[in-house]
Ligand binder design. Structure first.
Ligand code: VNL
Length: 390
């Protein structure tokens, strides 16, 4: 009798332990955030991680009864490493969502894992149009290069820029930028007289810029990834290209807010098109910038930070909408179609394409309150990725 009571008590204790463990595990919601924290794209990782942590600090780490756990991994922007990390996060850590992805090859390397494991992949940085087509589990909160490029090709010919040389990093987003800028400029009666491509890793811009000088276009259109803009700007100015009457234009990656303030007065007047400026005049953005700078030793948030911040929001809202019980498919469904006010302006996750629809702004570098900023002077509203459905 005593023995039976003892066994009964023991099995109850074990059952409690078990359910306790299951309870604890089932009560955690894990986000695997894979970013380049070191190496050439480290600023992108730093911006996105800081933004994700800010979002959590502002919105709490418990959502729909689940404790949010953020697992940050440094892929050094090497796609094979990104892939291995995604595999480990899915298999060992059993993450609910994969997120981050500093460059296009990293986002693409994870696509098959997202599809096979039915894990939503929230792309917060990478911006080649085709990424969202590589897995039905991909949602994007950054932007696409076609989206950012075409508005500038509409602006240029109306502003005395007819002959252009393009200079892009030789991989997905650069090729998108080159193609869509050229196509639209040509349609508008302008002309791309030469298209130059520089390697993504360790580019030397000097020989390319010399060539541009000899070609004497009205403007040089540039796409380089976040973090590489300052080097282009420096060499452009050192070679006296501006004095030779060649204007510098590009997507906002080149006048990246992470670096812009250190580029000097030579950057004044550079016109770019993009989806986010730290100087964007809205109450939501003022609040975002202030909180971000306060939490990060005055670091200025750039477009990468906003992609990360909004990505966290999309994940949080999906978790809320599924009341904490959704698997990958339910979460994905709840991510599609979200509409909200981002620090960049109003945005919308297109349910068909899973890509972001947003305003694209034309901006000019100006000095405001003693600092260099991308000051918006025109807006094209609700721009869908022109790379889709062609
Ligand atoms: C990409 C596109 C990366 C735009 C970037 O910075 C960027 C990409 C790291 O798709 O690889 O500014």
């Amino acid at each position: 009798m005593q023995k039976r009571v003892l066994i009964g008590a023991m099995s109850m204790a074990i059952a409690t332990l078990w359910s306790g463990a299951a309870f604890a595990d089932g009560n955690t919601f894990k986000i695997g955030l894979i970013l380049p924290m070191t190496g050439q794209q480290a600023t992108t990782g730093r911006q996105i991680e800081a933004a994700a942590r800010l979002y959590m600090a502002q919105n709490g780490d418990t959502v729909a009864g689940k404790k949010i756990e953020l697992i940050v991994k440094d892929d050094t922007s090497v796609p094979d490493v990104t892939k291995r990390m995604a595999q480990e996060l899915v298999v060992n850590d059993k993450v609910n969502v994969l997120a981050g992805f500093g460059i296009t090859p990293s986002a693409l390397a994870v696509a098959p894992i997202a599809t096979q494991s039915k894990t939503p992949e929230v792309v917060m940085a990478a911006a080649t149009s085709s990424i969202t087509e590589s897995s039905p589990y991909i949602i994007r909160t950054s932007f696409t290069l076609p989206q950012a490029s075409v508005s500038l090709a509409d602006w240029a010919p109306k502003n005395g820029i007819k002959k252009v040389v393009t200079l892009v990093s030789d991989y997905g987003p650069g090729i998108d930028a080159e193609k869509f800028f050229k196509e639209r400029l040509t349609f508008n009666g302008g002309q791309v007289i030469e298209s130059l491509r520089v390697p993504l890793r360790g580019p030397d811009f000097a020989p390319f810029l010399q060539k541009v000088r000899d070609l004497k276009p009205d403007a040089l259109f540039v796409f380089v990834p976040s973090g590489a803009g300052a080097a282009v700007m420096k060499q452009f100015l050192e070679r006296g290209m501006d004095k030779a009457g060649i204007r510098l234009i590009g997507t906002g990656d080149i006048t990246d807010d992470d670096q812009l303030n250190d580029m000097g007065d030579g950057a004044l007047g550079v016109v770019t098109s993009h989806h986010y400026s730290t100087y964007h005049q809205s109450p939501a953005n003022k609040k975002f910038v202030e909180a971000f700078q306060k939490a990060n030793k005055n670091l200025r948030p750039n477009f990468m930070a906003v992609g990360g911040y909004d990505g966290m929001r999309v994940i949080y809202e999906a978790l809320k909408a599924t009341k904490g019980n959704g698997g990958g498919d339910a979460l994905l469904a709840a991510m599609k179609g979200q509409i909200f006010e981002s620090p960049r302006g109003p945005v919308f996750i297109d349910a068909q394409t899973r890509d972001i629809v947003q305003n694209i702004y034309l901006r000019k570098v100006e000095r405001k309150e003693g600092q260099l900023y991308n000051v918006e002077f025109d807006v094209i509203k609700d721009v869908k990725d022109p790379g889709k459905n062609r």
